[in-house]
Ligand binder design. Structure first.
Ligand SMILES: CC(C)(COP(=O)(O)OP(=O)(O)OC[C@H]1O[C@@H](n2cnc3c(N)ncnc32)[C@H](O)[C@@H]1OP(=O)(O)O)[C@@H](O)C(=O)NCCC(=O)NCCS
Length: 185
């Protein structure tokens, strides 16, 4: 829905956004979240493409609390994006990528990884906006719950998730096993 200026109408948290970036808007790639169409012209949110990899990886490498592994190679990220189209997003500032979210689902639950915003662009609502885009995309795919993992030592990251309304689970323990080579099951 548009207002008299032709901008998408804002609501709730979007109103906070539009206060911060009043009168400036750009959000490429879908109308699922009209309130975030009212972003700064300087900040553009769009779907992540594999062509973004070098810039995205540079941001991840510079971000504290980010656990990078062999699953973050260009080839692996390309596989992830093609298996989960339309769920991962970047925030661009000029020709830089200043925010990312990797998101996908297994048909039952959604999963979020690598929410990162470069330090000098933090506290402007970029992570919240990327999160809204990703969760809307999951909702549109019929997914009703989403999980994420944060390193226990990443206290700032944990505070962020709690601040934006995510529930910490103490009733679940994660088990992992490398299955790259055949071994005992
Ligand atoms: C955590 C991170 C993604 C937040 O990005 P951001 O763009 O600054 O976050 P936003 O501006 O969208 O903040 C949304 C809200 O969370 C709050 N917030 C942001 N960082 C916070 C933190 N570390 N602790 C508590 N609240 C935080 C903001 O004040 C804002 O509150 P409001 O909307 O009620 O006013 C960013 O600090 C970062 O990249 N950190 C390092 C990587 C990391 O830890 N990622 C998360 C774990 S995977």
């Amino acid at each position: 829905m548009k207002n008299s200026n032709g901008h998408a109408r804002t609501f709730r948290r979007g109103a906070r956004w539009s206060k911060r970036f009043d009168g400036m808007a750009e959000d490429r790639g879908g109308n699922e979240t009209p309130h975030i169409e009212r972003m700064s012209r300087m900040y553009v949110c769009r779907e992540m493409k594999i062509g973004d990899y070098q810039k995205v990886f540079a941001l991840w490498s510079d971000t504290e609390g980010m656990g990078l592994s062999d699953s973050d190679s260009e080839e692996e990220i390309a596989k992830y994006l093609s298996r989960n189209p339309g769920h991962s997003f970047v925030c661009e500032y000029g020709d830089r990528i200043v925010g990312t979210i990797l998101c996908g689902h297994d048909g039952r639950r959604g999963y979020i990884y690598h929410v990162a915003v470069s330090e000098e662009h933090r506290k402007r609502g970029i992570a919240r906006m990327l999160l809204t885009k990703a969760l809307d995309s999951l909702r549109n795919a019929g997914i009703r719950k989403c999980h994420l993992m944060v390193f226990g030592a990443n206290l700032a990251g944990r505070e962020f998730w709690e601040h934006v309304g995510w529930q910490r689970r103490d009733d679940i323990v994660i088990y992992s096993k490398s299955i790259a080579s055949r071994g005992q099951s």
